[in-house]
Ligand binder design. Structure first.
Ligand code: KG4
Ligand code: ZN
Length: 351
C-alpha cells in the first residue's frame, strides 16, 4: 500500500508519500513548507495569513512529494500517482482556513485520480509518527500528546481504540512555551528558542508546577505564564543589573520554564502508565522535539519496575508533517462520501 498524506492544519503545508510493505512503514518522501518565519514577524499566527500561505504552497508541495517518491521508485510522477492506494488528509482540528485548503484540494485530487480519501484526526496523526520506525509500539500504551494547541494523555488499547485520560484545562504546553518566549522577547515558535537558551541557564526561579501533585491527568499551564510575566517585570525594574547579568538571568528563566513544564509532563505521564499497568509510552507533537523532555522521560522510564519502553518520533516528525497523516491512514477507513467530507476545526481526542 502506498499513501499520499496531506497536512494543512496550521502554518505548515505538508505532503508525504509512505509505503507499507511486510509490516513496515517507510517514508518515500516528506515535504514541509512552513510559514512560521513569516508568522514570526507578528509574534504568532495570523489565521488569514496562514491560510493564504497554504493556498500558495499546497500544489508545489504535493508535486514535490510525488516527484521525490517517484525518484525513489525510479518511475515517472504519473506512474507514482497511478500506484497510490489512497489519499489521506487532515480533517481537523486546526485553523478553519488552513484546513479548508487541504481538505478541498484532497477532495479534488481523490476525484480526478479516482482514489479513496481517508480523513485523519490531526491529533491521532501525531501519535502515528511513532509507527514510522523499525520497532513499532505495542498496545496497550499511554499516549502523551504535547503540541501547540493540545496537551493530552490517552490510553490506547488498539488502532482507533483509546480512552481519554485528561488534558490541559487552559494553555497547551507548546502554547505555554510560545507565550513565555514572547515575554522573554524571543521569536515564534518559542519552544525551540527557550530550549536553546535553557541549555545555558539553571533552574533557579522555582516556578510553579501547576497540578503536579493532583492524582488526575489534567494539566494547567496558564499560571506558569503569569509567574514568568512577574519574574520578567521584577527583572525589568532592577536597574542595577548589568548586560551580561541580564543575559544570564534570561537563560536561567528559560531553564526554569523548561524544567517546570518537563516536570509536570513527566510526572503525569508516568502516573498514567502506572495506574493502567502499561509498559509502553508514546510521545507525540511539537514539544516532543524538546530534548530536555525526552531525556527526562527516558531516565524516568528506565528507572521503573517493570521497565517502561518509551517511543519518541525523530524531531522532524514531532512537528506537523504529512508523513504522520499517511502513517495513521494505514490504520483508518476511507470516507464513504468523499464529496461530502468537511474540514472540522474542533475535532478532539476527548469524548
Ligand atoms: O505539533 P506542532 O508542530 O503543531 C501543533 O499541532 O500545534 O507543535 C508546535 C509547538 C509549538 O508550540 C512549538 O513552540 C513547540 O511545538 N515546539 C517545541 C520544540 N519544537 C517545537 N517546544 C519545546 N521544545 C522544542 N524543541
Ligand atoms: Zn500538530
Amino acid at each position: 500500500m502506498t499513501i499520499l498524506g496531506i497536512e494543512t492544519s496550521c502554518d505548515e503545508t505538508a505532503a508525504a508519500v509512505l509505503e507499507q510493505k511486510q509490516g513496515r512503514i517507510q517514508i518515500l518522501s516528506n515535504v514541509v513548507a512552513s510559514s512560521a518565519s513569516l508568522q514570526s514577524k507578528y509574534g504568532g499566527i495570523i489565521p488569514e495569513q496562514a491560510a493564504r500561505e497554504q493556498i500558495k504552497s499546497i500544489i508545489p508541495v504535493i508535486e514535490e512529494a510525488i516527484s521525490q517518491a517517484a525518484k525513489t521508485y525510479e518511475v515517472k510522477s504519473e506512474d507514482l500517482v497511478g500506484q497510490l492506494s489512497a489519499i489521506a488528509i487532515t480533517q481537523g482540528p486546526g485553523l478553519i482556513g488552513s484546513l479548508l485548503v487541504g481538505v478541498e484540494t484532497a477532495k479534488v485530487l481523490a476525484k480526478v485520480w479516482n482514489k479513496p480519501l481517508i480523513p485523519v484526526n490531526h491529533l491521532i496523526g501525531h501519535f502515528y509518527a511513532n509507527w514510522v520506525q523499525e520497532e513499532r509500539p505495542q498496545f496497550p500504551c499511554i499516549g502523551l500528546l504535547v503540541s501547540g494547541g493540545h496537551t493530552d494523555l490517552v490510553l490506547f488499547t488498539d488502532h482507533g481504540k483509546y480512552k481519554y485520560l485528561g488534558g490541559t484545562r487552559d494553555d497547551a504546553s507548546g502554547e505555554c512555551f510560545d507565550k513565555c518566549a514572547r515575554l522573554l522577547g524571543l521569536p515564534y515558535p518559542g519552544g525551540p528558542e527557550i530550549s536553546k537558551l535553557a541549555s545555558k541557564g539553571k533552574d533557579i526561579f522555582k516556578l510553579p508546577r501547576p497540578m503536579i501533585n493532583e492524582k488526575n491527568f489534567d494539566f494547567s499551564f496558564s499560571g506558569l505564564k503569569t509567574a514568568v510575566s512577574r519574574a520578567v517585570a521584577s527583572a525589568d525594574r532592577d536597574s542595577t543589573v548589568s548586560q551580561s547579568k541580564a543575559k544570564q538571568l534570561l537563560a536561567n528563566l528559560a531553564a526554569s520554564i523548561e524544567a517546570a513544564i518537563v516536570d509536570v509532563l513527566v510526572e503525569k505521564t508516568i502516573l498514567a502508565a502506572k495506574k493502567y499497568h502499561v509498559e509502553q509510552i508514546i510521545a507525540a507533537g511539537g514539544v516532543a522535539a524538546n530534548q530536555a523532555l525526552v531525556n527526562r522521560l527516558q531516565v524516568t522510564v528506565n528507572s521503573q519496575k517493570p521497565k517502561i519502553k518509551l517511543f519518541v518520533p525523530p524531531s522532524n516528525l514531532c512537528t506537523d508533517n504529512g508523513a504522520m497523516i499517511a502513517a495513521a491512514a494505514f490504520f483508518c477507513k476511507p470516507t464513504k462520501n468523499p464529496n461530502q467530507l468537511q474540514a472540522n476545526p474542533s475535532l478532539s481526542l476527548a469524548y
